[in-house]
Design a protein around this ligand. Structure first.
Ligand code: SAM
Length: 292
């Protein structure tokens, strides 16, 4: 089956492209290609793309999701690390002048330069990210994008199901990852997919998470770095009560920590998983003068 214009993805087309271009998918780069039409439509719908949108697709692979994005968006930047995938990408996307194919590593590339495009026009700051993420960089990548001054306003990312559950967790199940992401935006699971939605099938099921990024973080903090040092100190010993783990982690006395917890309205016999982003922010404000 030859590549086609328009909607849709199929196992037949993916196998044809791999054969035609003599490509063996690389596990180390998380190369599992989307073969579910249902999931493709769920991703595109969740991104609510319109003709004014600029989309950054991370890990464009064989370009089949890119094609669906290009049908809807004004501009698509299709970033792919693996040079071997550039010839099929060019072929699949040849009828889409609104797609720019860029070879590079999302963790190393200069986002401002990438978004500015072909040297025309001003810096583009209003963009969305859509990605079937290589699972090996999920947490790192989310932090990298959300902490960036040029952060996207929306992300729609396919991740391992278990990671998706951690991203959307509430108090009681929080982790450093959920605090880091929920500090910057509101994540929710918009679709679930079995492993066979990808070829070759990975070992685990996945889920699509949409993250609506806040224009301003909900908690105003004077020093975001110091805030995350506090969160990390809390999670360093996740089985311990905060009144025991924080004095050790921060070099403070038990009294300093328990009175800050009290002023922040947080029970001292809670573990870090129990705190929401708002709780951490209140605690940070109480402790900040002692952390400098
Ligand atoms: N978007 C395609 C799809 O849905 O079929 C491919 C998804 S596949 C799960 C992940 C893709 O990300 C692979 O094509 C892989 O080569 C690429 N990739 C892996 N690490 C990357 C990185 N650091 N920067 C950019 N792309 C990367």
């Amino acid at each position: 089956m030859a590549p086609r214009r328009g909607e849709g993805v199929s196992l037949g087309e993916i196998r044809w492209l791999l054969r035609e271009f003599n490509i063996r998918p690389r596990k180390s780069l998380g190369q599992n290609f989307l073969v579910s039409d249902v999931l493709l439509r769920a991703i595109a719908a969740a991104a609510e793309i319109d003709e004014k949108d600029t989309i950054l697709e991370i890990g464009a692979g064989l370009g089949t999701l890119t094609r669906a994005l290009a049908e809807r968006a004004h501009r698509v930047i299709a970033l792919e690390i693996d040079e071997r995938l550039l010839p099929p990408l060019r072929q699949v996307l040849q009828d889409y002048p609104n797609v720019e194919i860029v070879q590079g590593d999302i963790l190393k590339i200069d986002l401002a330069q990438l978004l500015a495009g072909r040297g025309e026009g001003p810096k583009e700051v209003n963009y969305k990210v859509v990605a079937n993420l290589p699972y090996y960089i999920t947490s790192h990548l989310l932090r990298h994008l959300l902490e960036n001054p040029l952060k996207p306003r929306l992300l729609v990312v396919t991740v391992q199901r278990e990671v998706a559950e951690r991203l959307v967790a509430g108090p009681g199940q929080m982790s450093i990852l959920s605090v880091s992401v929920q500090f910057y935006g509101r994540p929710r699971i918009v679709a679930r997919a079995p492993a066979r939605a990808f070829y070759p099938s990975p070992k685990v099921a996945s889920a699509v998470v949409r993250i609506d990024v806040y224009a301003e973080p909900p908690a105003e903090l004077d020093d975001v770095e110091a805030f995350f040092s506090l969160v990390r100190a809390g999670f360093a010993q996740r089985r311990k009560y905060l009144k025991n783990s924080l004095p050790q982690g921060l070099g403070l006395s038990v009294h300093q920590v328990t009175s800050a917890l009290g002023r922040a309205g947080i029970e001292e016999s809670l573990r870090p998983q129990a705190l929401s982003v708002g709780d951490w922010a209140r605690l940070y404000r109480e402790l900040a003068p002692k952390l400098r």
